[in-house]
Design a protein around this ligand. Structure first.
Ligand SMILES: Nc1ncnc2c1ncn2[C@@H]1O[C@H](COP(=O)(O)OP(=O)(O)O)[C@@H](O)[C@H]1O
Ligand SMILES: [Mg+2]
Length: 327
């Protein structure tokens, strides 16, 4: 039986965005009622168009922003009820790498002091922290001569390696990687992805990797989670989601990817209609219904709940109800 590293239960994060029509408070429901489990040792890829709430989800898990509702359960402990010690442990057990190296590293600090900082903040001696910084640099395959470099002296790929080294220095069990390669050149992207996969295996890490790049997702993930306007629409094993997407939005995403479908050139295919909607003026019913070729009256009035269609595969679509294994 797989053990859960992170469980999200009906997780919500709403941002107050002023007044709506009639003076009622308006919210951007960036994360809306998301329930999913990430098992230990699993690589989960989270995909969705820009503005769908992926970064917000990461920030809620990391407690970089408050929760509006629901629960984040880490290693069986509900973080809302966690003791100070549990919370402290969670902060070292879960680390993060953001897309933009500039937001990961302080431009006025050397590589060494950037990597050492989390350790020093946790009371590790300078000498030990220095040794650990050297070890971490080894893990990301960088020479120790870079210890005295400043961020502006390094390439994008090198900066991302340093950010990964710093994320590893506290011996985390879970890493959240938000668009870790999106700012890099293609050739460098592959190196960083391979490095991340090697580290995941050798250190037995659990990853949540956020990206809008389906090719990256397919390459690295065991399971794929798909978000659309704040909601999780599909979550399942990579081969199932890529090979046989079940939610109409996932189908649209897959069909729109030329790299996933190199033989489809010139063939007619299912193309998603319309622009991605806005979190502020959400339609009633399923958020995807205005773009969905299968939408019915029910889809325009009722929000679909998650349907389990295989033990590790859930889809939030009325069309899948007949395939539920929980019936
Ligand atoms: N600090 C904030 N204040 C108000 N709204 C926010 C804030 N952060 C995010 N949002 C809203 O959440 C939406 C989703 O943002 P984000 O999580 O960054 O999406 P993604 O990472 O998928 O591109 C944004 O389009 C915006 O409407
Ligand atoms: Mg983002």
């Amino acid at each position: 039986m797989a053990e859960a590293a992170i469980e999200l239960r009906n997780l919500k994060k709403y941002f107050n965005v002023g007044k709506g029509p009639g003076g009622a408070k308006a919210y951007a429901k960036a994360v809306d009622d998301i329930t999913l489990t990430i098992n230990k040792g699993e690589v989960v890829g989270l995909v969705g168009e820009s503005g769908s709430g992926k970064t917000t989800l990461a920030r809620v898990i990391l407690r970089l922003t408050s929760i509006t509702g629901g629960q984040v359960i880490f290693n069986g402990v509900d973080l809302a009820k966690a003791s100070r010690d549990d919370m402290k442990k969670m902060r070292t057990d879960v680390s993060v790498v953001f897309q933009d190296p500039a937001s990961n590293l302080n431009p006025r600090e050397t590589v060494m002091s950037s990597i050492m900082r989390p350790l020093v903040l946790h009371g590790t001696s300078k000498a030990e922290a220095k040794q650990k910084a050297i070890d971490a640099l080894g893990l990301v395959k960088m020479d120790t001569r870079y210890l005295y470099s400043y961020p502006h002296q390094l390439s994008g790929g090198q900066l991302q390696r340093i950010a990964i080294a710093r994320a590893l220095v506290m011996n985390p069990k879970v890493m959240i990687l938000d668009e870790p390669t999106s700012a890099l050149d293609i050739s460098v992207q592959a190196q960083i992805l391979n490095l991340l996969l090697d580290l995941q295996e050798s250190l037995k890490l659990t990853y949540l990797v956020i990206t809008h790049d389906l090719n990256v997702i397919r390459y690295i993930s065991d399971r794929i989670a798909v978000m659309y306007l704040g909601r999780l629409v599909e979550y399942g094993p990579t081969e199932e989601v890529i090979g046989n997407p079940r939610h109409p939005y996932t189908k649209g995403l897959m069909a729109a990817s030329p790299i996933l479908n190199p033989h489809d050139r010139g063939k007619e295919k299912y193309m998603m209609e319309g622009e991605p909607g806005s979190l502020i003026n959400l339609p009633t019913g399923c958020h995807f219904n205005p773009r969905c070729p299968y939408a019915t009256d029910r889809c325009r009035s009722e929000l679909p709940q998650d349907v389990r269609i295989s033990p590790l595969h859930q889809v939030a679509c009325f069309l899948q109800e007949e395939f539920s294994i929980d019936k």
